[in-house]
Design a protein around this ligand. Structure first.
Ligand SMILES: Cc1cc2nc3c(=O)[nH]c(=O)nc-3n(C[C@H](O)[C@H](O)[C@H](O)COP(=O)(O)OP(=O)(O)OC[C@H]3O[C@@H](n4cnc5c(N)ncnc54)[C@H](O)[C@@H]3O)c2cc1C
Length: 502
């Protein structure tokens, strides 16, 4: 026996919770189920438990546009994000739709019956569901394991080796020598968060990353918040003004994000100078406090914070209130740019000949990409090779009917894109209901040239590029990863002559 729902969502992370809440708001009459493989919702924000876990996007764009982020804290701690998601679940009735410990393994579209059969493994054995519309919100990486490079000699290492994706609850790092391998968002979060308690912590990087300091609290949100706080509750329209304040802060952050990305792509040298200036200022000693001279800071920035690529060829990292640089100024943390020759019993030997002693090594070496939760997709019993399909508006796949997916931006807040996908899918389903359509399908257009699905040179994207679907060289087969232009493309009529409704 299988259970039938109108829409079935895979994954109860930020995207799945958002998708279900948008369906509740736009199509409350539909039956919806959210199948979640784990025992908890929240996805990334529940899985990652390392010290200091936080967003590196501002919360005014990382929060949903339809549910204001309730604080002026712009770069928020993981538990705050999780609380926000749980509140949304309750407020929009999503909590009642989630089936935990339901890992979707395979889906099969039946053209004659116009429905999907979804197979999930559960503690009670395999279960089947049927649904008219399938929405994959399964994130973009493998939950079981992160990316683990082959480290020579690792088996010789006598200390503790940790991957941030599986943080041991009982890891005691007080007074220990710690090496964090990597220089991405996770490494730059871990180093300052652990620095105060460790004897010393070293960020060991093969290649530097662009890193900028950003206020942890949003200046505009603080100003608007403190102004509104002075307005008595009895004053009419206070709530309206709060909403307008959120919108203003959100748009200011969107323009900043889009503006700084465009500046990076169009004037990379200018952006490089701006980032470098920020780093040098951050490393230079304040009066009466430890730190570097300006010359030392210049040399340190040149060696450790000047990547060989342009800003946004790979993700640019932000650190709240310069916390990473503060730990370096205080001598609690340092950066080493070198390559690992081999692990030794007591630490790491580098290609330069230098050695790093370590009690604990943390491999912040990134994620292993896995799209659509590793689900095997079939159409009428035939397996679909995702890598040969082209994505439409980066939310549907050619040749796969009644299917949408949410994968957010890599160069801006994930949620900006997730919200656009949600708006579109809800509008498309409303349109299908109004017109009595039972199938929506896009087919590849041979005149459209292929482009990579994710346009980042980062190792974790490149390693998985072959297995990903393709994008096209023009709208609606291409999204520009630019919220302002994507907003225009996504808001066009659903009947655009490309989606075939029947
Ligand atoms: C450490 C870290 C920090 C990040 N910080 C930011 C940030 O600051 N800003 C930003 O924009 N992005 C950030 N990201 C990207 C982040 O993943 C997204 O922002 C967002 O949380 C993704 O939400 P999601 O629901 O799409 O995916 P996830 O959070 O990955 O959730 C996917 C859910 O689907 C479930 N699932 C997967 N496969 C299946 C299956 N087969 N069956 C059933 N359930 C399944 C998973 O168990 C999980 O609950 C970060 C990522 C990481 C790893």
């Amino acid at each position: 026996m299988s259970e039938h729902v109108d829409v079935l969502i895979i994954g109860a992370g930020l995207s799945g919770i958002g998708a279900a809440a948008q369906l509740r708001q736009g199509l409350p009459e539909l039956s919806v189920a959210v199948l979640e493989g784990r025992e908890a919702s929240g996805g990334t924000w529940d899985l990652f438990r390392y010290p200091g876990i936080r967003s590196d996007s501002d919360m005014f764009t990382f929060g949903f546009k339809w549910h204001p982020w309730p604080s002026d804290q712009s770069l928020a701690d993981g538990h705050m994000i999780l609380d926000y998601l749980h509140t949304i679940e309750q407020e929009y009735g999503v909590d009642r739709l989630i089936r935990y410990q339901h890992t979707v393994t395979a889906v099969d579209w039946d053209t004659a019956a116009k429905q999907w059969t979804v197979t999930a493994t559960t503690p009670e054995g395999e279960k089947r569901f049927t649904t008219n519309f399938l929405w994959a919100c399964a994130g973009y990486y493998d939950y079981d394991e992160g990316h683990k490079p082959e480290f020579p000699g690792l088996s010789e290492f006598e200390g503790t080796f940790v991957h941030p994706q599986h943080w041991p609850d009982d890891l005691d790092y007080a007074g220990k020598k710690v090496v964090v391998v990597g220089s991405g968002a996770t490494a730059v979060t871990l180093v300052p968060a652990m620095a105060e308690q460790t004897e010393h912590i070293t960020m060991l990087q093969r290649t530097p990353t662009y890193i900028m300091s950003r206020p942890a609290k949003d200046p505009l949100a603080r100003l608007l918040g403190s102004t509104l706080d002075r307005v008595p509750d009895s004053v009419p329209f206070k709530r309206l003004r709060e909403k307008a304040g959120y919108e203003a802060t959100r748009w200011a952050n969107i323009l900043l994000l889009v503006g700084s990305y465009q500046l990076s792509r169009r004037k990379p040298e200018l952006m490089k100078r701006m980032v470098r200036k920020n780093v040098v200022e951050q490393l230079t000693a304040r009066p009466g406090q430890p730190g570097m001279s300006e010359q030392e800071a210049e040399a340190y920035a040149a060696k450790h914070f000047s990547p060989p690529y342009d800003p946004w060829d790979q993700r640019l990292c932000v650190v709240p209130n310069g916390d990473l640089f503060r730990a370096i100024r205080k001598g609690k943390a340092s950066v080493v740019t070198d390559r690992i020759r081999t692990f030794t019993p007591k630490g790491i030997e580098l290609e330069s000949g230098e050695t790093l002693e370590a009690d604990i090594v943390i491999s912040a070496t990134g994620l292993k990409i896995k799209l659509f939760g590793g689900v095997k997709v079939h159409v009428d019993g035939e397996p679909v090779d995702i890598s040969t399909s082209m994505s439409y508006k980066a939310l549907m796949l050619s040749g796969v009917p009644n299917f949408a997916f949410t994968i957010g931006y890599t160069n801006a807040s994930w949620t900006l894109k997730a919200d656009l996908v949600g708006d579109f899918v809800v509008r498309m389903l409303q349109h299908m209901r109004a017109r009595g359509f039972t199938e929506a399908l896009v087919e590849r257009d041979p005149s459209v040239e292929e482009r990579p699905f994710m346009d980042l040179a980062s190792g974790y994207i490149q390693r998985a590029a072959e297995a990903m679907p393709r994008q096209g060289d023009r709208a609606p087969w291409m999204l520009k990863q630019n919220y302002l232009s994507d907003l225009r493309v996504m808001r066009r009529e659903v009947e655009d002559g490309v989606i075939r409704f029947s």
